[in-house]
Design a protein around this ligand. Structure first.
Ligand SMILES: CCCCCCCC/C=C\CCCCCCCC(=O)SCCNC(=O)CCNC(=O)[C@H](O)C(C)(C)COP(=O)(O)OP(=O)(O)OC[C@H]1O[C@@H](n2cnc3c(N)ncnc32)[C@H](O)[C@@H]1OP(=O)(O)O
Length: 178
């Protein structure tokens, strides 16, 4: 369903509709929302964002990163920003890129049984335009740990061009910390 929703998001973002088509589409989308509403649950029970086996953790907001290779301290994957993430002039929105980095760096930070950590900072450099609808490579490294602090770096590539890179600090949560 979330895959279909992603397609809808990209399609809806890319069209310019006559009023009657827009009205009919609105009615259909409202009908679908009505179909799902009886199944709303507490956020601790919802599937979205809590289903690691499904692409993008089944989180509808996230650009979907496909992991190609990973070990304890390194991850290589690919991502394509669809039309939904367009900022302008063929480039991905400058907010979508940190979103993608936070997720995939967080995933490596929390991998291989490392205790859950939260992002304390995420610094992103936009080095070149990040094109939409192009398969991009993302590389993440877990560089070092100092007590509760985990330092990670990442880069996003269009071919050989680094379009953005990031440094992040994740802090391990203390027992019982919310
Ligand atoms: C049934 C199935 C369920 C499945 C579930 C699926 C799981 C999937 C698994 C995995 C995928 C996950 C992917 C997610 C990725 C996304 C992650 C996010 O976006 S997290 C949200 C955004 N971040 C926040 O909202 C943080 C808000 N801030 C805080 O909560 C606190 O500030 C926190 C925890 C970060 C630190 O607070 P303190 O009180 O615990 O610790 P203090 O003492 O302040 O800091 C510890 C050390 O770190 C330094 N520090 C803290 N913040 C710093 C900063 N911003 N810059 C530099 N240093 C900092 C401090 O100076 C201190 O250093 P000194 O020990 O003194 O050397």
């Amino acid at each position: 369903m979330l895959d279909a929703l992603r397609v809808l998001r990209d399609t809806a973002s890319g069209v310019d509709l006559p009023a009657d088509v827009a009205r009919n589409a609105s009615l259909d989308i409202e009908r679908l929302s009505g179909l799902l509403k009886p199944y709303l649950v507490a956020d601790t029970l919802q599937a979205a964002g809590r289903t690691p086996g499904i692409g993008g953790r089944a989180h509808a907001l996230l650009p979907m990163v496909h992991v190609d290779e990973a070990d304890d301290n390194r991850l290589v994957g690919h991502v394509t920003f669809g039309r939904y993430y367009l900022g302008g002039f063929g480039a991905a929105h400058g907010g979508a890129i940190p979103l993608m980095f936070d997720e995939i760096m967080g995933r490596l930070s929390n991998a291989v049984g490392r205790p859950m950590a939260r992002t304390a900072y995420l610094n992103v450099n936009f080095r070149a335009i990040t094109p939409i609808d192009v398969r991009l490579r993302v590389e993440v490294r877990h560089d070092r740990e100092e007590g509760r602090k985990r330092f990670l770096t990442a880069a996003l590539y269009d071919g050989e061009t680094v379009t953005a890179d990031a440094t992040a600090l994740f802090i391990t949560l203390k027992p019982g910390q919310r």
